[in-house]
Every structure is written in structure tokens, then in C-alpha cells.
Design a protein. Structure first.
Length: 730
């Protein structure tokens, strides 16, 4: 309410008419004056021009904020098409392609009007309406700018008023153009347990596509994020680049095309692959959002911009604290019973954690979920493992002073399940062909309203019956193959899009009823990490690979686009590194545990209890501080990063030595983001167990910010798989 009052809603429409310009649709000859539309953030400008000559919309500038856009008015170059169509004179990849219902395969878009909504002091939405002069098809470009965060979000709405439905083949969320000498594309690819591998390559003439065709769990193969550096490769602090991402949890496509003049067009949106879409007259088709930030100070600034944006707008309850937890997946897998779980509740308490998360294997009776071959879809407590039901565990947790959370995978089904037996038509599978399994399961048909109701009720039914449940982990363990929807009939090419939109509808409905309920997004690890889903989720499971050495790279990769509070890192038995190293690695994000605590020695238990207490004390800095990546594991045998709060009086630094050659010594590391005039005291934490220290003698010393940023710190030892965490206090 208070926030509502705070919002000043000013909507003003600047129509072409009101500016004394002729309406589009009138002949080109009557239009003489260009109109400029600038979409700005604090440090960035994106400028469009409506050409007085042809009434089309062009992009004339993207980059560092201009003192004034007036000089652009003297530039004779027409600019680049803001949203290129297919079928008339565009020779390159279009942003939009459609066939009208008279069979005409072309679209021409001319400017009609634009309006600007200022929803508060920070957010401006510019809506630019374009229309085909010959056909009743209107395309509105929406550009939402978040000034303080320097982030811009773009999406498009297409509406047609023809007599019959028409088909769209391409429907990008965004089209951007760049003119640089060279272009460097950084992509993040991977697989199960290998998320976020980084590759950087020069773009040369022709087309490069980053995409996914996997349907669900779409970016098991490629994450929907990229950096595009202009002219030279960028590093953490230098270089001009954009960081782009699509808020879409299905098939996506980023297409980069360098033309004959060396200009680059970047088209971002839903992957048009096998997804031509029929739009009904009067029913708008809305694309997901392309979200980007422009930085002229390297990747570090771009990440911080996105982190700020995600905290304030992109991730559910980004400003609120998170729960630390003990998970049982890697400790028990499917093999548990009530007494074992009660023991884990005790361990949760003993460790000082907030919540116990019961993972897969707690449900199904006719086909018990004792491994991944059966039971998925039958969301009733397994009577053998949980004779007293979930209610008992919720009560037990409560009596011990911890919270209780639960794992679900509501979009999926095992053929060995009652759900499969009762509703074969609820499942995506091809007629006349064998079923195609992945992890022994199939995908439910979310385009079917009955299935939507079922999925909603899996969650709502459980939370209504057991209101004490405090957390959900929502998993999704397979991609789509051999898919066919009985419900969609002759509209099979709508499947990939309707699936995701209906998933969002279910989540929307759940969020109306449970607005702040914490839910972890999981997809066999990090198979579905994007800002479309994260609007509904409070955090995500980054990878099933919990080996801490691997995790340094995986978490490093996520840090480019996602803030630390959302990246769930668990300390597990995977990997032979010390408990200290595992703890230090998990601590750089949202720390949790999935390890047999009852097998801890006294020392290990004490170390972990201290680490959790320190983590809780410092989590605000780690979660909401500014991230500075100081040494990349891709460049040296170590990784060093730090978070610092906005007052610049408290920071936390993490240093990991990954590998080392004989007698290897590492250079000092210059810190960043400190106040040069302040004096900071260094205190090493996480040192109590196993007598391990980082091997540096910096703990306890004080230095000025100036010294730390110019001379630097000796942050760790040369020993492979050693680590250090420093608390840095003014
Ligand atoms: C995949 C997830 O990534 C794991 O953490 C775990 O929840 C399993 N699924 C359970 O089947």
C-alpha cells in the first residue's frame, strides 16, 4: 500500500498527431520530419528514429548515455530497422515473419504512435506502436527501462484484426544493432552436472545462433545468456559490452548476424524452430522479455547491474532473507524412513540451520517411489516410508524449532504410476510411435486445462493440508522428445510455447495464493535457470555436480548473470576436498548442506556450526553486496572474488587455490570496490576445523582501502585445493 502510494503514475501519450505530424498510412511523400524516441537509463541510451521519409522505425544509437541526442538529428544515415520484417525489402534475418490469411507472406511496419508510462521514479515503459499500412496487423514494441540499475527489458505484442487467424513464423522479443570493428560473443553451454561452461569467440560474417530445442529443461545444453563485447574482448573492468538474457523457460534463440558492411544485428526471443503460431483476430500474442544491460566498464559492472535488477525486480522476494537448509538427497537418496528423517531434523537443529528439505522418494504407494523408475505423478505419502504422513514430520520439525520443506516434480510422470494408468491422454507422447523416456519419465501435457489443474493442486493441495510446510523444491528432470499433445489437436506447433505459458499461468495462480512462499527452482540441476522462471522462484539449484572444485567454475559462471542469494550451493560428500574447502566454496552463494552430519567428528561439527553462524552474520553482505571477481579460475589456478556492501564498510573475500605447480607462488591480489580513505581490518574466518588456515599471515592486520586496491593482499596458500575467507571490516 505504502509502495503504491509512493508510485507516481504518469501516463502521457505523445502521438504523431499531437506533434503536428501526419498519420502513418498516409503517403510517404507527406511525411517530412524525423521523430526521435530516446529510451534511457542512468548511463545508457537506446535511441530510435521514425524516418520522415518512409515512416519506418529505425535504431540510431545504443551505448553510453549521450549529453544530448540532438547531434543524432544531423546524421544522414537512416539507421537500422528497429524490428525488421520479412517479405518486402529486408534482405537479412527478420525479427518478424507472418503469412496473412489471404496468403500474402509479407509484412510492412510503419510507425503509428508511441506513449511513455512512468510507473515510478526508476521505471519508464516506452510503447511504440507500428502497423502494416495495408493489413490490420499491429505490432507494439515495449521497452521498459530501469534507470538506477541500467537495465532495459524489451518485449513485443502482436495483434491482428484480419477476418481469420493468421500464422506467425518469427516473433522476436528484441532486435538490436551494433556497429563495431569486431564482435566477441561469450556463451555459456553445458550439460547435466556441467552447467555454465564459458566460451568466447569472435563473430564473423554470417549467422551464429545460440539456442535450445529441448522444450522443458531447455538449457541443459545452452543457458539463455550471453555477453557481446564490442571492438575488443572485455575483461572484468574494461571493455564495452552488453549482457543479454531471455526471460523464457523454454526454447530460446539468440541470433547474431554480421552483414556485408560489418554491422551486427542481434535477434532475441522464443526459438521459432518448429513453432509457427496461429494468432486469432483480436487476441494479442505477447513475447517474453529480453533483458539486457550495457556496460562500458567490462563484465564486472554488467554483472552488478543485473544483480541489482534481479534483487529489486527479477527474482521473487530478492530483497528478503533466505533460509539455510539441510537436504537429504545425496545423504539418503530414495532410502529413508521416518526415524531416519527425524534424525535429520535433529541434525538440522544441531547445525544451526533453518530448514530440513525432504527430497525425492517420499510418495506413491501402488508403485512406490523407491528409485527413479516408478511413482512420479502419485503425490500421496508412501505408507511404508512415512506411516504417519507428512503432517507428522511437519510437527516434529516444529517441535524441534526448525522448518520443513519438500521436493516435488509436478510436471512429470513415470509410466509406472497410477497417474499414467488413469490419464494416458494427459501425457506428451507421439501416436503410432514408441514412448521415449529420459530418466524413465514422460512430460505431462500442460496445454491441457485438466493437467494445469492437477499440477496446481499438487502444490495447493499439499500446502492446504499441511500449512506448516515452509519450502518447496520444484524439480523438472527431463527435456521433451517424441512429444505430441492430444489436447492441441492440429496445433502441435504451439506446444513448446503453450507449455511454458501454461507453466507460468500455474505459477501465477500459486503466487496469488502464496505470494512469499520460498520455492527453489530445480531442473536436474541448473536446467531451467532464467529470469522468466525466477519471477516465481526465490532461488535455484545450480547443479547436481557438488564437487567443490567443479562448483568453483559453475558458480563463477552463474555469477555473471545471477545474484549470489539465488545460487544454492550445498556441502556434500562429493569430492575429496577438506570440509573447509567445501564450506568456503558453498559460502560464496546460498549455502546449504546435504551431507551425513551424524558422521561428522566433533571438530567437523563445531567447524560447521561456527561456519553457519558466521554465514548468517555475513549473509547480507554476500547476498546483497556488490560482487567483484578478482581472479578468474579460467585464467589462473585459483579463483578470488569479493562482495562489499554499499556503505563500503564491510566486505567478504573468498580465495580458492585450485591447482598448483611445484613451488608455485601466487601474486598479490588487488581488491576492488573499497573506499581508499577507509582503513580496513582483515579477519580470516572458517579456520577452526582441522587446524587448516589459508597459509597467509594477513589475518588480524589493518590496511587502507587505497593500499588494498593498489598493492593488494596475499590471499591464500600455494597448496592445491586450499582456500581462505576473509571478513573485511572498516
Ligand atoms: C534432480 C535434482 O537436481 C536433485 O537435486 C534431486 O532433487 C533429484 N533430482 C531427485 O530426483
Amino acid at each position: 500500500m505504502k509502495k503504491l502510494l509512493f508510485l507516481i503514475i504518469v501516463i502521457f501519450t505523445i502521438s504523431y498527431l499531437s506533434m503536428g505530424q501526419p498519420l502513418i498510412g498516409q503517403s510517404q511523400a507527406t511525411q517530412t520530419q524525423d521523430v526521435f524516441i530516446a529510451v534511457g537509463t542512468l548511463n545508457t541510451d537506446l535511441v530510435y528514429k521514425v524516418s520522415g521519409k518512409d515512416g519506418r522505425l529505425y535504431q540510431v544509437y545504443i551505448g553510453t548515455k549521450l549529453g544530448s541526442i540532438d547531434d543524432l538529428k544531423n546524421v544522414r544515415d537512416a539507421g537500422h530497422p528497429a524490428y525488421a520484417t520479412f517479405g518486402t525489402d529486408n534482405l537479412f534475418e527478420p525479427a518478424i515473419r507472418m503469412t496473412h490469411n489471404d496468403g500474402n507472406p509479407s509484412l510492412e511496419l510503419k510507425y503509428i504512435s508511441h506513449n511513455i508510462e512512468k510507473t515510478d521514479a526508476n521505471i519508464t515503459i516506452t510503447n511504440i506502436i507500428l502497423k502494416d499500412p495495408e493489413y490490420p496487423v499491429e505490432v507494439t514494441l515495449h521497452i521498459k527501462s530501469y534507470s538506477a540499475e541500467d537495465v532495459i527489458e524489451q518485449w513485443v505484442e502482436i495483434i491482428q484484426k484480419e477476418a481469420k487467424p493468421l500464422t506467425i513464423f518469427n516473433y522476436a522479443s528484441s532486435m538490436l544493432h551494433f556497429d563495431a570493428n569486431k564482435y566477441w560473443l561469450t556463451q555459456f553451454h553445458g550439460d547435466w552436472a556441467e552447467e555454465m561452461k564459458i566460451q568466447e569467440n569472435e563473430l564473423t560474417s554470417g549467422i551464429k545462433v545460440l539456442d535450445s530445442k529441448l522444450g522443458t529443461r531447455a538449457h541443459k545444453y545452452q543457458a539463455p545468456i550471453f555477453f557481446l563485447s564490442l571492438n575488443d574482448k572485455s575483461d572484468e573492468n574494461n571493455g564495452e559490452l552488453i549482457a543479454g538474457t531471455l526471460g523464457w523457460s523454454g526454447n530460446f534463440q539468440f541470433l547474431f548476424e554480421v552483414d556485408e558492411k560489418g554491422s551486427l544485428r542481434v535477434i532475441s526471443g522464443i526459438n521459432p524452430f518448429a513453432s509457427e503460431y496461429t494468432i486469432q483476430p483480436g487476441k494479442p500474442f505477447k513475447t517474453p522479455s529480453f533483458i539486457f544491460t550495457y556496460s562500458n566498464h567490462g563484465k564486472g559492472l554488467a554483472s552488478r547491474n543485473l544483480h541489482h535488477w534481479a534483487t529489486n525486480y527479477g527474482i521473487m522476494d530478492g530483497n528478503k532473507p533466505r533460509l539455510t537448509l539441510l537436504n537429504n538427497w545425496e545423504t539418503t537418496f530414495f532410502n529413508f524412513n521416518e526415524p531416519k528423517l527425524v534424525g535429520l531434523l535433529d541434525d538440522t537443529k544441531k547445525m544451526g540451520l533453518d530448514l530440513f528439505l525432504l527430497d525425492d522418494g517420499w510418495f506413491a504407494n501402488k508403485y512406490p517411489r523407491n528409485d527413479d523408475r516408478a511413482g512420479l505423478g502419485d503425490w500421496q505419502e508412501n505408507k511404508v516410508k512415512l506411516p504417519d504422513g507428512l503432517g507428522y514430520l511437519v510437527k516434529e520439525a516444529d517441535s524441534k524449532g526448525v522448518k520443513f520443506g519438500i521436493w516435488i516434480e509436478p510436471e512429470m510422470v513415470n509410466p509406472k504410476s497410477e497417474l499414467y494408468e488413469n490419464h494416458p491422454d494427459w501425457i506428451l507422447k507421439l501416436p503410432n510411435r514408441p514412448e521415449n523416456y529420459d530418466r524413465n519419465q514422460l512430460v505431462l501435457d500442460l496445454t491441457n486445462p485438466k493437467v494445469q489443474e492437477f499440477v496446481y493442486n499438487v502444490v495447493d493441495g499439499m500446502l492446504t493440508k499441511y500449512p506448516g510446510i515452509a519450502f518447496i523444491k520444484w524439480d523438472c528432470n527431463r527435456m521433451m522428445t517424441s512429444s505430441y499433445s492430444v489436447y492441441l489437436k492440429d496445433k502441435q506447433s504451439h506446444l513448446y510455447i503453450d507449455y511454458v505459458n501454461n507453466l507460468y499461468n500455474i505459477l501465477d495462480r500459486l503466487r496469488q495464493k502464496y505470494p512469499h512462499f520460498p520455492i527453489m527452482l530445480c531442473s536436474g540441476g541448473g536446467g531451467r535457470v532464467d529470469y522468466g522462471a525466477l519471477r516465481y522462484f526465490t532461488e535455484f539449484w545450480a547443479s547436481d555436480d557438488t564437487d567443490p572444485l567443479e562448483r568453483v567454475y559453475i558458480q563463477w559462471g552463474y555469477s555473471y548473470f545471477f545474484p549470489s542469494f539465488a545460487v544454492c550451493n550445498h556441502i556434500t560428500s562429493w569430492g575429496k576436498q577438506s570440509l573447509k574447502f567445501k564450506t568456503d566454496v558453498a559460502m560464496m552463494g546460498k549455502m546449504g548442506y546435504d551431507i551425513p552430519v551424524n558422521e561428522f567428528t566433533e571438530k567437523e561439527l563445531k567447524f560447521s556450526q561456527d561456519a553457519i553462524a558466521d554465514y548468517k552474520r555475513l549473509s547480507d553482505i554476500i547476498w546483497h553486496g556488490d560482487l567483484y571477481r578478482l581472479v578468474s579460475p579460467y585464467e589462473e589456478n585459483r579463483a578470488v572474488l569479493m562482495y562489499i556492501n554499499s556503505a563500503k564498510n564491510k566486505a567478504v573475500l573468498f580465495a580458492y587455490t585450485l591447482n598448483s605447480r611445484y613451488n608455485e607462488t601466487f601474486n598479490r591480489v588487488r581488491l576492488q570496490g573499497l573506499d581508499p580513505a577507509k582503513t580496513y581490518k582483515l579477519q580470516e574466518i572458517n579456520v577452526s576445523s582441522e587446524g587448516r588456515r589459508s597459509g597467509t599471515s594477513e589475518s588480524g592486520k589493518s590496511y587502507t582501502g587505497d593500499y588494498l586496491m593498489k598493492v593488494g593482499l596475499n590471499v591464500g596458500s600455494g597448496a592445491a585445493l586450499s582456500s581462505a575467507v576473509f571478513e573485511i571490516t572498516e
